[in-house]
Write a protein that binds this ligand. Structure first.
Ligand code: OGA
Ligand code: MN
Length: 285
């Protein structure tokens, strides 16, 4: 069966049909996938049956893998039992300990691991167990968000640098070994340009990381807060986004250089288990 590309929304996203990712892909299919990925930013594959080795092998078609990020202290043990390339995202508790990160809470809009100097260019997320409702994951197109900025905000971000805080996860929990941030101007993390140029497509995209503990270098604290609030309100407009409702066996790959994402909370009495890889990227510029 030939590969088929079905766009998800006008904003971004496409479903790829006709590929079994547990089998080796032809060079032509891999090339076509990369092109579709450049065009659509997020690709969805449904009905996959993948082992961790399959997930890692598929992810490596796009580049070298990074190891999983630090989570909160109480799931560090569970993470150690898994493969270093795989980050487990789950609310499931076994023997009194969570088996993965992020629990059942809402995860706010963010870019994965942008708090390091060379953040992963992509993340690949595969669903093993999903709740009957909730836990949807949304993506927003940061090329479109940049293009649509009102002139004053476009001027305000030009040439500016923002600090991407490394202390907390997207559900607002402190990572293992991190101290609580009391002054965002001193938050740990990485400083990146607020607008980045995509190394493959050449497109310019807003690049903000996450709202919590962010700080725009060189601005007064209140100016930085006001600018960030205005930018995040803009990025959250529905015309830039696509919401994915998960089924077991779905795999998503997204481009962290061109999209942000968030996750809805869900009922903690239900189980959700996802495995994620992250593909190495370079310094945003
Ligand atoms: C991620 C993430 C959202 C989800 O994998 O980086 O934010 O749907 N996950 O669990
Ligand atoms: Mn994420």
């Amino acid at each position: 069966m030939a590969m088929e590309i079905v766009p998800a929304t006008a904003a971004l996203g496409a479903e790829i049909r006709g590929l079994d990712l547990s089998k080796p892909l032809s060079d032509a299919d891999v090339e076509a996938l990369k092109e579709a990925w450049s065009d659509h930013i997020v690709l969805l594959f449904r009905g996959q049956k993948l082992t961790d080795d399959d997930l890692i092998r598929f992810s490596r078609l796009f580049g070298t893998l990074d190891i999983a990020p630090a989570s909160a202290t109480d799931y560090a043990g569970a993470q150690e039992k898994s493969r270093p390339e795989i980050w487990i995202i789950s609310n499931v508790v076994e023997n009194g300990k969570p088996i993965g990160a992020l629990g059942d809470k809402e995860a706010e809009w963010h870019t994965d691991m942008s708090y390091v100097a060379e953040p992963p260019m992509a993340s690949v997320l595969y669903s093993l167990e999903i709740p009957s409702k909730g836990g949807d994951t949304s993506f927003a197109n940061m090329y479109k968000a940049y293009e649509a900025l009102p002139a004053d905000l476009k001027r305000a971000v030009e040439g500016r640098i923002v600090n991407h805080d490394s202390s907390t996860t997207s559900v607002g929990e402190l990572r293992a070994g991190a101290g609580a941030v009391t002054d965002v101007r001193l938050a740990p993390g990485a400083k990146h340009p607020m607008v980045r140029t995509h190394p493959v497509t050449g497109g310019r995209a807003l690049y903000l990381g996450r709202r919590l503990n962010a700080y725009v270098e060189g601005l007064e604290l209140d100016e930085s807060e006001r600018l960030l609030d205005a930018l995040w309100a803009h990025c959250a407009k529905p015309e830039f986004s696509w919401t994915h409702k998960w089924r077991v066996g779905d795999l998503l790959i997204w481009d962290n250089r061109a999209a942000i994402h968030r996750r809805d909370g869900f009922d903690g009495n239900e189980r959700r288990v996802m495995h994620r890889t992250q593909i190495k990227g370079d310094r945003p510029r």
